[in-house]
Write a protein of this length. Structure first.
Length: 368
């Protein structure tokens, strides 16, 4: 029997963005298959009823739901969706001990557990569920979508591949056996020391403001968001960061191995000037390479945008495009191709029917 842990959830509005008068909001919890209870904010359009298309949102990596995942969720609820923004395992208001750990397996499961939660709600149309992953959770979203056939549409915004950056360093500058071995050796030495002490150290969050002038732009970009305009007391990046060995397993567990087998629709959104752009571009290219399911995949590049522009800048985040994407998949296409009718025809015909018409709705667009 699944047991939900009783979490201590704050009751006041403590988000980094204003509360919308167009949606209802409440705190909810759900449990993943590892028995970890996750905390989420649920947003729902006001003065409406019936079954809603639903979207689960999480990210960025090291953020909390009170930051930009909540902004995305609330905005999409204003557009007619039932949404949740959740804190991943070991972070924010969610359960899991020790705190401030990350896992490619458990964090992928967190997204799938969110789909579990949405799938059993009476006010959710279970054939119309999508997900949005931001920053490091963009990669997690793609990994979850490659595994979870219940997810009908996925948006990865300003994404990171956390397994790649941990194994290879930024811009693949440490992509060698010797560099990886040195990192592993250092982390394993630390593991022994901290197990002896009985406690884990913290790696440190974003650099405090003001950031040194000689720091890379993306370091300043992060600090201005996490330490400045969107500081939150529960955010790892705003404070002490992950545990020093918290992301160690990412070095040896690539998450996007079978992304070219994703049959459902995917929209990758990235800023042209983002230091992380190569993650999104390469993820898109690998997703369509040798794939039979390319017609519903899209890379949308936002001219001039940097990484955190897609965190909280309403003039840059393409919410109208994201809304159009989900509407085409979760609403219009669902009406044209009812799920039950397609299932009865068999898997091969499902794919023929689904993708045979998708190019009409989803031309592949690359704004380079």
């Amino acid at each position: 029997m699944l047991k939900t842990e009783e979490l201590k959830l704050v009751s006041e509005w403590d988000k980094t963005f204003p509360q919308s008068e167009k949606v209802d909001h409440k705190k909810v919890t759900f449990v993943n298959r590892y028995g970890i209870t996750l905390a989420a904010d649920l947003y729902k359009p006001k003065n409406t009823s019936g079954e809603y298309p639903a979207i689960a949102v999480s990210g960025p990596f090291g953020a909390v739901k009170e930051q930009c995942s909540g902004l995305y969720a609330q905005t999409m609820a204003e557009k007619g969706y039932l949404t949740i923004a959740f804190d991943p395992s070991f972070t924010g208001e969610s359960g899991g001990n020790p705190r401030f750990m990350a896992s490619p397996d458990i964090n992928t499961e967190d997204f799938m557990a969110a789909v579990d939660f949405l799938s059993v709600r009476e006010d959710v149309d279970t054939d119309k569920i999508g997900i949005i992953g931001i920053c490091g959770w963009g990669g997690m979203a793609l990994n979850a979508t490659a595994l979870d056939t219940r997810i009908k549409a996925t948006v990865a915004s300003t994404m990171y591949d956390m397994t790649r950056v941990n194994a290879n360093g930024y811009f693949d500058s440490e992509d060698s056996e010797e560099a990886r071995y040195a990192k592993k050796q250092s982390l394993n030495t630390l593991r022994t020391q901290e197990y002896w002490k009985g406690e884990y150290s913290r790696a440190g969050g974003c650099v405090s403001l003001p950031v040194p002038e000689d720091a890379p732009f993306f370091v300043k970009d992060y600090s201005e968001y996490y330490k400045g305009r969107c500081y939150h007391k529960r955010s790892l990046n705003s404070n002490g960061g992950w545990n020093s060995i918290g992301c160690m397993s990412f070095m040896n567990q690539p998450i996007l191995k079978y992304s070219n087998e994703i049959r459902s629709a995917v929209l990758i959104v990235h800023g042209e000037k983002a230091h992380s752009y190569y993650f999104g571009k390469d993820a898109y290219e690998n997703m369509i390479k040798d794939s039979k399911y390319t017609s519903n995949k899209e890379l949308l590049t936002i001219p001039g945008a940097v990484h955190t522009d897609l965190y909280d800048n309403p003039d840059v985040i393409p919410f109208d495009k994201i809304q159009k994407f989900f509407k085409e998949i979760l609403l219009i296409r669902a009406l044209r191709y009812p799920y039950n009718r397609l299932i009865s025809t068999g898997r091969h015909q499902i794919q023929t029917t689904f993708y045979g018409h998708s190019s009409h709705f989803f031309p592949i667009i690359m704004h380079m």
